[in-house]
Design a protein around this ligand. Structure first.
Ligand code: SAM
Ligand code: DTB
Ligand code: SF4
Length: 329
């Protein structure tokens, strides 16, 4: 007996070119595909551009923690959250270089420094510039995430040798206002344009599990995939629910929805690194394996993200070994 499955019509396979004209309906149809079909399409896209066993490894360090004037509902570092995170000043250069050296020796190839700012003051930016120069001289790729940037600040970071700037869109334009009121979606797009114009590679993604609908997930991917060029790196975060944040009681995220989001990021931005980002701590090995099958090829590595926990490095070693994954050199 044969069974027929109704399949939505999506872009034909194989598809090796890069598109920047995705519609929300197309992306919604991809998100709703039967899982075996979705994983197959994601695998085809992944193998067209990458070795599917190679994973890029980034380590994060919070160089300025807490006390942030923005009101992002998910974030434990917002001054409007009632969390246990205490505000600290911008770190000195030496301890940052020590942390970067440890990350490099543990196998990371990129070091990402995050600051809980709305945007950097020019005096603070000069210290970050020194950090970037120092981390680069250790032989690591550099990434920073400092909030909104003006074009001349982006150019200053470029002259320091910065490789990547992380600035997320977080969610769809429609749902965005439910999560953040202190800066607009357009502010974020303007920062991304300043970074791109300065010649810095873009790291831009979002968060799921914040109470958004399927159309918002599609809307986030639509915006990301229609950036031209695509962000070189696309972090897909699952909300880490932190007590005292506005989203502490958000409904649990089904790990299969995380897998679907990664697969559709892979299909729509096939040549970009898709990072299985925050939220790995609450995923089983099996769910992470599905994320890698769906086209994830980058992770944050190290016991902490910015303020919350990430899988212990020993657990990641075991996972990589078990799955036969290797690190991108
Ligand atoms: N302040 C800068 C900014 O917002 O651009 C940089 C640091 S901010 C913490 C970087 C990103 O981390 C946010 O854009 C958000 O996507 C992610 N993030 C923050 N808190 C999170 C949480 N609880 N769960 C998942 N992702 C989170
Ligand atoms: C991104 O997309 N995720 C990282 C990084 N970019 C800077 C941050 C995740 C933060 C999770 C909550 C915390 O540890 O404070
Ligand atoms: Fe501040 Fe960034 Fe957290 Fe928003 S996500 S509150 S801008 S540190």
């Amino acid at each position: 007996m044969s069974v027929t499955v109704d399949r939505p019509v999506v872009s034909p396979l194989p598809f090796s070119g890069l598109r920047h004209n995705w519609t929300r309906d197309e992306i919604g149809a991809l998100l709703a595909l039967p899982l075996p079909e979705l994983i197959f399409q994601a695998q085809v896209a992944h193998r067209t551009h990458f070795d599917p066993t190679a994973v890029q490894i980034s380590t994060l360090l919070s160089i300025k923690t807490g006390g942030c004037p923005e009101d992002c509902g998910y974030c434990p570092q917002s001054a409007s959250a009632e969390t246990a995170v205490s505000a600290s000043k911008l770190m000195d250069i030496e301890p940052v270089l020590q942390a970067a050296t440890r990350a490099r020796d543990a196998g990371a190839t990129r070091f990402c420094m995050g600051a809980a700012w709305r945007s950097p003051k020019d005096r603070d930016l000069e210290r970050v510039v020194e950090m970037v120069e120092g981390v680069k001289s250790l032989g690591l790729e550099t990434c920073v995430t400092l909030g909104m940037l003006r074009p001349e600040q982006a150019r200053r970071l470029k002259t320091a040798g910065l490789d990547y700037y992380n600035h997320n869109l977080d969610t769809s334009p429609e749902f965005y206002g439910d999560i953040i009121s202190t800066r607009t979606y357009q502010d974020r797009l303007d920062t991304l344009a300043a970074v791109r114009d300065a010649g810095i590679s873009v790291c831009c993604g979002g968060i799921i599990g914040m109470g958004e609908g399927q159309e918002d997930r599609a809307g986030l991917l639509e915006t990301l995939a229609n950036l031209d060029p695509h962000p070189e790196s696309v972090p897909i975060n699952a909300l880490v629910k932190v007590r005292g944040t506005r989203l502490e009681d958000a409904a649990p995220l089904d790990p299969i929805d995380f897998v679907r989001m990664i697969a559709v990021a892979r299909i729509t931005m096939p040549a970009s690194f898709v990072r299985l980002s925050a939220g790995r701590e609450s995923l089983s090995d099996e769910a992470q394996a599905l994320c890698f099958l769906a086209g994830a090829n980058s992770v944050f590595y190290g016991d902490t993200l910015l303020t919350t926990r990430n899988p212990a490095v020993e657990r990641d070693h075991e996972l990589f070994e078990k799955l036969g994954l290797t690190r991108v050199a």
